[in-house]
Design a protein. Structure first.
Length: 87
């Protein structure tokens, strides 16, 4: 959900290939960074583990083999609460 919400908010698709996104483990933080900024991000993180799970860009949100256009995801997201409350 975090990847989809970030993609919608940033108007940029995402492609994620990680296989353990849905675990019940410790809290995680999703961070996006330009490729050139990754070394600085790793230095800033210190001993905290960082792992690249995908890339940002394009017109779709893709997690593994599942794919949804960014436009469809945004429309569904925007209609969710009004639909749930019958508005």
């Amino acid at each position: 959900m975090c990847v989809a919400e970030a993609a919608i908010a940033g108007s940029a698709g995402a492609s994620v290939e990680a296989d353990d996104l849905f675990g019940e483990g410790d809290g995680r933080v999703l961070v996006t960074a330009a490729e050139a900024d990754v070394p600085a991000l790793r230095a800033l993180a210190g001993d905290l583990p960082l792992r690249q799970i995908g890339t940002v860009g394009g017109p779709v949100i893709r997690v593994g083999v599942a794919e949804l256009s960014l436009a469809e995801a945004a429309a569904s997201h925007d209609a969710g609460i009004p639909k749930a409350v019958g508005a």
